[in-house]
Design a protein around this ligand. Structure first.
Ligand SMILES: [Zn+2]
Length: 219
């Protein structure tokens, strides 16, 4: 059953296909793709278009025809199942599991402020390392200080749910935000909300919390 309502933005997915995303954000995108047939299909379409574009740009007599909708529909109907079966390791989808030192249940959380803990994840490959990848745990009813972004922030829900100005976000949902958005997520059930968050530039906290939080979070 697919209950995912919030998906990866087209710009982000295209950057993922082109290999131009920072590694931190790529981890979140790959983790969502492992769960979401809709975004995988979207990505397939982008890859097909990119391939056609490359063909068209080569000097050649070959006439390329775009794939018909039928062709795309027929493509690899078993792919969904194979991706779903990867949802096994350490309580998280495989692309994220490789980043976790322990099972999600055993994460040694570090307290940021009352009701909010985090766990920074290191990303291998220093050459493209930029931005921050972390797990965030929000206690029920706790608001995250309102903030905006100097760059991109992408969040995926792993457990629980939260609500902000954009709607309700539950397991598998993606919040793909750019610098135009200021938001204040609140964990809205009786369970902790655990998210995977990647940024490619520091966050900007507005108002009271900024001096308190900025040096602690380091983002
Ligand atoms: Zn999706």
């Amino acid at each position: 059953m697919n209950t995912i309502k919030h998906h990866i933005g087209d710009d982000t997915l295209m950057a993922y296909v082109n290999g131009t995303l920072t590694e931190t954000i790529s981890v979140v995108v790959a983790t969502h793709l492992a769960l979401c047939p809709e975004c995988r299909k979207n990505m397939q379409l982008m890859e097909d278009i990119a391939a056609l574009y490359l063909l068209d740009s080569e000097p050649s007599d070959v006439i390329s025809t775009p794939p018909s909708v039928d062709m795309l529909e027929q493509e690899d109907p078993s792919a969904d199942l194979s991706f779903a079966s990867e949802y096994v390791d350490k309580g998280v989808p495989a692309p994220l599991a490789s980043q976790l030192p322990v099972h999600l249940e055993d994460i040694p959380w570090k307290k940021l402020i009352p009701g909010v803990s985090h766990y920074p994840l290191s990303v291998s490959n220093g050459s493209r390392k930029k931005g921050v990848l972390r797990l965030l745990k929000i206690s029920p009813g706790t608001p995250i200080p309102e903030h905006s972004h100097t760059g991109q922030e992408i969040t995926m829900i792993l457990k629980g749910s939260y609500i902000d100005e954009l709607g309700r976000f539950q397991f598998g949902d993606i919040a793909d935000l750019d610098s135009a958005i200021t938001h204040q997520p609140v964990a809205d059930t009786d369970k902790d909300c655990i998210c995977l968050i990647a940024t490619d530039a520091p966050l900007k906290f507005s108002g009271f919390f900024s001096k308190l939080l900025q040096p602690l979070v380091g983002i």
